[in-house]
Design a protein around this ligand. Structure first.
Ligand code: AMP
Ligand code: GLY
Length: 430
């Protein structure tokens, strides 16, 4: 089968890498891709190819897919899903992995997601929604801090403020209504502040059924000790040793409740959980694979991803089955100096090939490109994902950091404490 993956992040490199391992993948296109997604060796022979296409341009994607006999289109990011790119492709008769626009509202509107959870008795933080600043401010004052302020629409992970003081909460409400997030902030969701460790559960969802993948834990803050601004994610590991069996069972049941309520959904549903003293509760749903969660989850998948994705895209729940490796996976993100703020691009990256020869190491590219001389250079905030697999968590962690040391570029920024709290145990969250 010929497969087209839409996107350019570490997530899409990991998806393409896993698809390339299948003997069923005859051709693999990544649009627009990055410095790592061009030339991945396919198990069936040949290599993957980057294609200069904008994932938001549904017509261009449709034309390319039809002209090139693509049998499956995998949509990586939320923006094209919310914009209805999957709908256009399906209407043209293409097979698509990823939900239609209606179901993508689970990520596209936080207000919609909260109502969905209420309607389906899914545990989540108490909330209220406002379209008016004065009413929102009055509510915040009545509730007091800590409290969480969220822009309703897509804001690339930046539309959430966990306000520890009333003054910060009021500032966040004003910023939203003053247009800090454009249209996304015209509606504001205000939530009770939950406490506890977070855990991501990605699930293959099709035919009203949920098939959970291995759990993982992201590190959203920029600096060690969970300090600094929120980022897209600075590191992740899988599985998550601090999650109890009871919590796992409850998370799986919640994902099944959600899947049953969206019978048309065909793609990945991402449950972002907080493990509160009252049990796991949903912080957010995403309608796609997580980034960087995918970089540790898919390397642990022992089954053929093409079989799984095709069954999901076809709505054949009865044919979805998966095996998982027992090995641990730890991913450390190498970012550009200044990320998540402003950063420079075009810095030469050395040592990736050396790192890849180290035991258990896979490097997934994110913001990388080739310059005119053919050198690998930085081209984004998150640059590389260094993933290590090993039989124990500690070994995976050590391997990941050794490989990070082998890779050099000017201004390389990384967290040195990925997975440290999990090694210490649950008490480190209290
Ligand atoms: P979101 O974009 O909804 O995932 O929110 C980003 C981050 O904000 C989450 O990963 C949490 O760390 C934090 N957060 C969001 N909602 C809440 C909440 N109700 N209580 C505590 N923290 C939250
Ligand atoms: N790592 C968080 C996300 O993908 O939304």
């Amino acid at each position: 089968m010929k497969i087209l993956v839409l996107g350019s992040g570490g997530r899409e490199h990991a998806i393409a890498w896993a698809l390339a391992k299948s003997p069923r993948t005859e051709a693999l296109f990544v649009a627009p891709g990055n410095g790592g997604t061009d030339g991945i060796a396919l198990a069936a022979g040949g290599t993957s190819q980057n294609v200069d296409l904008d994932p938001m341009d549904a017509e261009a994607v449709r034309a390319f897919a039809q002209d090139n006999g693509v049998g499956l289109v995998v949509i990586g990011a939320e923006a094209p899903l919310v914009a209805g790119v999957a709908d256009v492709l399906r209407e043209a008769g293409l097979k698509v992995y990823g939900p239609n626009a209606t179901e993508a509202q689970l990520e596209g509107s936080k207000d919609h997601a909260k109502r969905f959870m209420d309607d389906n008795a899914i545990p989540t933080a108490a909330y209220a929604t406002f379209t008016d600043a004065d009413a929102a401010l009055a509510y915040v004052r009545e509730q007091g801090a800590p409290i969480v302020i969220k822009a309703d629409g897509l804001a690339a992970g930046k539309g959430v403020v966990v306000a520890e003081t009333l003054a910060d909460a009021e500032d966040a409400v004003r910023a939203c209504f003053d247009g800090a997030f454009g249209e996304a902030g015209a509606k504001v969701v205000i939530e009770e502040c939950m406490r506890g460790p977070e855990c991501s559960m990605l699930s293959f969802v099709t035919g009203g059924k949920s098939f959970p993948m291995a759990p993982s834990q992201d590190h959203k803050r920029a600096y060690d000790g969970d300090m600094g601004p929120n980022t897209g994610g600075m590191g992740v590991y899988s599985p998550v040793p601090i999650v109890t069996e009871d919590e796992m069972a409850r998370m799986e049941a919640i994902m099944q409740q959600a899947a049953a309520a969206v019978p048309e959904y065909r793609g990945t549903l991402y449950g972002g959980f907080m493990l509160t003293p009252a049990g796991p509760k949903i912080v957010e749903f995403n309608v796609r694979f997580g980034d960087p969660e995918t970089q540790v989850v898919l390397p642990r998948l022992a089954s053929d991803l093409v079989d799984v994705m095709e069954a999901v895209a076809d709505g054949r729940a009865e044919d979805v089955s998966m095996e998982w490796s027992d090995e641990w996976a730890v991913c450390v993100v190498l970012a550009s100096e200044g990320y998540p703020g402003v950063y420079e691009k075009g810095r030469v990256i050395l040592g990736v090939e050396d790192a890849e020869t180290m035991p258990g190491i896979t490097v997934f590219h994110a913001g990388t490109a080739r310059n005119e001389e053919g050198e690998l250079v930085t081209a984004g905030g998150r640059v590389l994902n260094v993933v290590a697999q090993a039989p124990t968590f500690e070994e995976a962690r050590n391997r990941a950091y050794e490989a990070c040391n082998a890779i050099q570029f000017e201004g390389k920024q990384l967290r040195r404490d990925i997975g440290l709290k999990a090694l210490i145990g649950r008490s480190s969250w209290e």
